[in-house]
Design a protein around this ligand. Structure first.
Ligand code: OGA
Ligand code: NI
Length: 340
């Protein structure tokens, strides 16, 4: 009383009550057509594509990545040269942060009304249908150095910063290779796509998703169906199944492959490629007993950068299918559900 600071209910707290009573609050229950219990594909699994980054034939890699980016907008990369222990440490320090007492995490809370998404939080505005997702998160920028704000990087555990910087270093190499293959795939020079999304100013926005156990995983979702706004997203999950992709009319589980990198083609590459590459529609389910975590890094153009179909791909026969606009305007429309 008399305290102007509004208490935000974290899903971690919601979950501890829900798990004790074996029920979930009504505002987490999905309409039937979104319920994972009813809508997950249960036949023979079409396995989501896997790309081996160690094959020495670049032409072949370009062709394989082109193919899956057009058909799925989604794939996993194995043999990517990020050492397993670098990924393990990234996960370890993130888990340690989320296991801290609530008040220690609140120190990093996204300031109310802040323009940037950075900080610890829970999605405040409900979705169009008024339903909430079963997930808390931490956002902070990893790169470029000029955009990093350490205020949002946990001090505890003490190795948090080193583990994240080490991962970022290796991620740069993967990102550069990936964008060069994607560039060649649509007939551009190897560096042209990367340049079009910001080159060395490309923003790496890390999100840690924390999905606590949920007594009714058949009724709730972690993150509801969406495409990422990024150019491309590179994600590592923990070993709890949960990511699903929409492919040829079905919601399919993306099989967990230890140490693989999960790649989502985001909206900006769909736009730049003038619709050749598909931004993948995806969502996450939650688990009855286990906590799921994931570490997507959204690779985004700087906010003032204009993004549209690449001029070299637009011709009289193949006119632009998307508008050209500043990335920040794209984000504004998407957040506010205004047509692009
Ligand atoms: C997201 C997302 C997937 C996951 O946060 O945008 O799609 O596996 N996460 O948690
Ligand atoms: Ni996503």
């Amino acid at each position: 009383m008399g305290d102007s600071k509004e208490e935000v209910k974290r899903i971690q707290d919601v979950a501890s009550v829900a798990n004790a009573t074996d029920t979930i609050p009504a505002d987490f229950i999905r309409p039937e057509d979104e319920r994972p219990g009813l809508t997950t594909y249960k036949g023979d699994l079409p396995q989501v594509p896997v790309i081996d980054f160690s094959i020495k034939d670049d032409e072949k890699l370009v062709a394989q990545i082109y193919d899956v980016s057009c058909k799925w907008g989604f794939f996993q990369i194995v043999n990517h040269e990020i050492p397993n222990d670098v990924i393990s440490k990234l996960k370890e320090v993130g888990i340690t942060f989320f296991e801290l007492p609530q008040e220690e995490k609140e120190v990093y809370a996204k300031p109310p009304g802040a323009k940037s998404v950075e900080g610890y939080g829970t999605k405040l505005q409900k979705e169009v249908n008024g339903i909430k997702g079963w997930v808390d998160h931490l956002f902070h920028i990893l790169s470029p150095p000029s955009a990093v704000n350490y205020k949002f990087w946990p001090d505890n555990p003490p190795s948090y910063r080193e583990a994240n910087e080490e991962y970022t270093k290796y991620l740069h190499k993967v990102e550069e290779r990936l964008l060069s293959y994607l560039s060649k795939g649509i007939g551009l020079e190897e560096n042209e796509l990367r340049t079009a999304v910001g080159g060395d100013d490309l923003v790496y926005l890390l999100k840690i998703n924390y999905y606590p156990p949920c007594p009714r995983p058949d009724l709730a979702l972690g993150v509801p169906a969406h495409t990422d706004m990024s150019a491309v997203t590179i994600l590592v999950p923990n070993d709890v199944q949960g990511l699903q992709v929409f492919h040829e009319g079905n919601w399919i589980d993306a099989q967990y492959i230890p140490n693989a990198l999960v790649i989502h083609i985001g909206d900006q590459l769909e736009i730049l490629s003038n619709g050749k590459y598909k931004a993948v529609l995806h969502r996450t389910t939650v688990n009855k007993e286990k906590t799921r975590l994931s570490w997507p890094v959204f690779m985004e153009p700087p906010e003032d950068m204009e993004v549209g179909p690449h001029p070299k791909l637009v011709t009289d026969e193949n006119p632009a299918k998307y508008k050209t606009k500043k990335y920040c305007d794209y984000v504004y429309c998407k957040f506010n559900k205004i047509p692009q």
